[in-house]
Design a protein around this ligand. Structure first.
Ligand code: DSN
Length: 410
């Protein structure tokens, strides 16, 4: 980064510091990962200079010979990975992808059945402070005490509310969804079925969990979580909705697609098609299950019963009397990054909730396995039990750094 170093030392230094932070700490934020050097090269390429409104073969501006190559490759590779009928790789990220999908098939005021945020849903699935919640009429469904979704209850709710769209998917839920049931309920109530697979896309691509795409009319995702690509979004759908989705993306919601990002998505999809990605996806879940088992031994209360995917939601307040924010801060001091998170019907405020959410995709990318998960669980327990002991947290930070050194990111 010689140019940057000379021209803008402040930004250069911040990047260097961030590199160090990532290198020396354990990343347990369930939605984060490390993109490969090849993905980052595509992201930093000259495609960032190009405007290319429209789609391959149908652009508004000239000079599209090579943008068409990368966008077509991204679509073809994603189709191989997910077996979708139609794919749009232009959404800038997950929230815009959801907005585009809603806009494609709904009118303002239409009803959407989505998962309640505190039960694992996402902001864009109906949280009152979002634009989508201003435009559409969201009804939330919840999980049961055993952590599962009661599909009979969901069906009754759908029959009563008659939503135009039934939305599956989550950002903090840890159990496997019954795609077939979602699809059957949508069919029975004549609703459009949609699933947001942002969190589990990499697990699906790596065949570590089953593929929901055949069961849903519309599927949205991000490309930077378990899928380990650049920050970005994507929409997959049945051919029936292809035109509406494309139109809602451009010109409906977005302007020029970020072609450097689309090139990087294509590279990431190429990586996910390799056999090694399957091993990676399987290991992510093995690591999450080991972490969960170990945390249980230390008396942590695991939400939703257990994990079937890459993340674990822990009620740290209920288990150890530590609020989510305090837990996040103590772990950060020890070099372990997590995020505070609401738990189902959290009695505390979203600003300082009862839980923390942890996930294994990033640690797995750097090669950590079950043995390291056992060590990390011990650290989490020690840091939270002794959260006021600055000396101990500092010592732990050194131990964390030493472990990280054995598992380089790049
Ligand atoms: N911020 C992402 C996550 O952490 O799950 C979702 O938007």
């Amino acid at each position: 980064m010689n140019h940057l170093k000379k021209q803008d030392p402040k930004i250069y230094q911040a990047i260097k510091n961030e590199e160090k932070r990532q290198r020396e700490g354990i990343e347990l934020i369930a939605s984060e990962n490390y993109a490969s050097p090849a993905v980052r090269e595509a992201l930093g390429s000259v495609f960032t200079n190009k405007y290319s409104e429209g789609y391959p073969g149908k652009r508004y501006y000239g000079g599209q010979e090579f943008t068409d190559v990368v966008e077509t490759l991204a679509i073809e590779r994603a189709k191989k990975l997910f077996k979708a009928e139609h794919i749009n790789v232009q959404p800038h990220s997950g929230a815009p992808a959801n907005m585009i999908a809603y806009n494609a098939v709904l009118k303002p005021g239409d009803k959407i059945l989505g998962m309640n945020l505190s039960h694992g849903g996402h902001l864009t699935h109906g949280y009152p402070a979002t634009f989508s919640a201003e435009i559409y009429n969201f009804i939330g469904y919840k999980t049961e005490a055993d952590g599962k979704i009661d599909y009979d209850k969901l069906e009754k709710l759908a029959m009563k509310e008659k939503p135009k769209l039934i939305l599956a998917g989550f950002s903090a839920y840890t159990r496997q969804l019954n795609y077939r049931k979602f699809s059957a309920i949508a069919k029975k109530t004549k609703a459009i079925s949609m699933i947001d697979i942002a969190h589990i896309a990499g697990l699906i691509a790596g065949k570590a969990i089953s593929n929901p795409i055949p069961y849903f009319d519309i599927v949205t995702t991000t490309t930077h979580k378990t899928l380990r690509g650049p920050r970005g979004g994507m929409i997959m759908c049945k051919e029936k909705y292809a035109k509406a989705i494309d139109k809602a993306s451009f010109p409906g919601f977005q302007g020029g697609p970020h072609m450097n990002n689309i090139a990087a998505k294509a590279v990431a999809f190429g990586e996910a098609l390799k056999p090694s990605f399957r091993k990676y996806a399987v290991q992510i879940i093995k690591n999450a299950k080991t972490l969960e088992k170990e945390l249980r031994k230390y008396g942590f209360k695991i939400m939703f019963g257990k994990t079937d995917n890459h993340m674990i939601l822990i009620d740290v307040f209920g288990s150890k009397g530590v609020a989510g924010k305090e837990a996040e801060t103590a772990l950060n001091k020890a070099g372990i990054t997590v995020n505070k998170n609401v738990i189902p019907d959290d009695p505390r405020s979203p600003i300082d909730p009862s839980g923390i959410r942890i996930g294994t995709p990033a640690a797995t990318t750097r090669g950590m396995k079950e043995r390291e998960m056992e060590i990390i669980a011990g650290w989490i327990n020690e840091a939270l039990e002794n959260r006021g002991d600055e000396k101990m947290l500092k010592r732990m930070r050194r131990e964390v750094k030493a472990l990280c050194k054995k598992f380089p990111i790049y």
